[in-house]
Design a protein around this ligand. Structure first.
Ligand SMILES: Nc1ncnc2c1ncn2[C@@H]1O[C@H](COP(=O)(O)OP(=O)(O)OP(=O)(O)O)[C@@H](O)[C@H]1O
Ligand SMILES: O=C(O)c1ccc[n+]([C@@H]2O[C@H](COP(=O)([O-])O)[C@@H](O)[C@H]2O)c1
Length: 217
């Protein structure tokens, strides 16, 4: 069965933590496609530091030369970027004979029961949770119950079923965040923070050229 995974994010901006983790995940799970999906109007956070078009442009630059792809469908919906709408849209395109997954970090998954129509997710897709050291999951409550019911120790459900499983993958940690990058760009972080080690050169060049996030030459 063909397998496609969507990795949604604000990507404000996209960085090597996103790209390295997604690349490792695609290879580890032998996914046919892993698409980065930049959100247009984020649901649970303040407005991003630059426009949707700029974030999309940076994601396109970041995936060049990688085995990853970009899906810009959220840019075409002029309302809050609910992930369940994105999954429904892709599921309608693909039919029910393709394995579809939504990828997120542990931090996002811990609050998953606050997501719009979260109960519908597993009828549309699998969930792949990228685990990083030190992150903890709820031990009780709706998310813990979901894990108990749908968690899988093997990759087979992702390869053989269209939807319905939760899979945890511990990936090589890449400790960088968009928050730290924005802070460094605006001059609020120590000079030893190496921007060029945190993001693709083309993305850094784009930020510098467009003077995003308060960057000044
Ligand atoms: N260093 C990283 N390694 C792996 N996954 C990451 C990393 N940073 C963020 N993610 C995951 O990528 C997804 C999109 O993250 P997002 O665009 O919010 O980046 P971020 O660096 O967490 O941003 P911010 O610091 O602004 O919150 C989330 O599911 C998040 O858990
Ligand atoms: O659909 C929701 O209710 C929802 C709530 C919070 C986050 N998301 C999605 O989760 C992804 C990661 O979000 P963020 O804020 O960590 O960049 C991104 O694609 C968001 O649109 C989605």
């Amino acid at each position: 069965m063909k397998s496609i995974a969507l990795f949604g994010g604000t990507f404000d901006p996209v960085h090597n933590g996103h790209i390295q983790s997604a690349t490792e995940l695609k290879q580890r799970l032998s996914l046919d496609e892993l698409r980065l999906v930049p959100c247009h109007l984020p649901v649970h956070r303040a407005s991003p530091g630059c426009s949707s078009e700029q974030r999309l442009a940076m994601v396109k630059l970041a995936v060049a030369g990688t085995p990853l792809q970009v899906d810009d469908r959220e840019m075409h919906r002029n309302r809050l970027s609910y992930s369940v709408d994105t999954l429904e849209s892709l599921r309608n395109e693909l039919g029910d004979q393709v394995s579809l997954s939504w990828v997120m970090g542990t931090d996002a998954f811990a609050a998953f029961d606050s997501w719009h129509r979260w109960q519908d997710f597993l009828t549309l897709a699998h969930i792949i949770v990228m685990q990083r050291p030190g992150e903890v999951l709820p031990e009780a409550g709706p998310v813990a119950q979901l894990i108990a019911q749908y968690g899988t120790d093997t990759v087979e459900p992702l390869q053989q079923q269209a939807a319905g499983a939760i899979r945890f993958e511990s990936l090589t940690p890449y400790p960088v965040s968009a928050t730290a990058i924005r802070s460094a760009l605006s001059g609020q972080q120590a000079a030893e923070f190496k921007l060029e080690h945190s993001m693709a050169p083309a993305v850094l060049h784009y930020i510098q050229t467009h003077q995003l996030y308060g960057y000044q030459a």
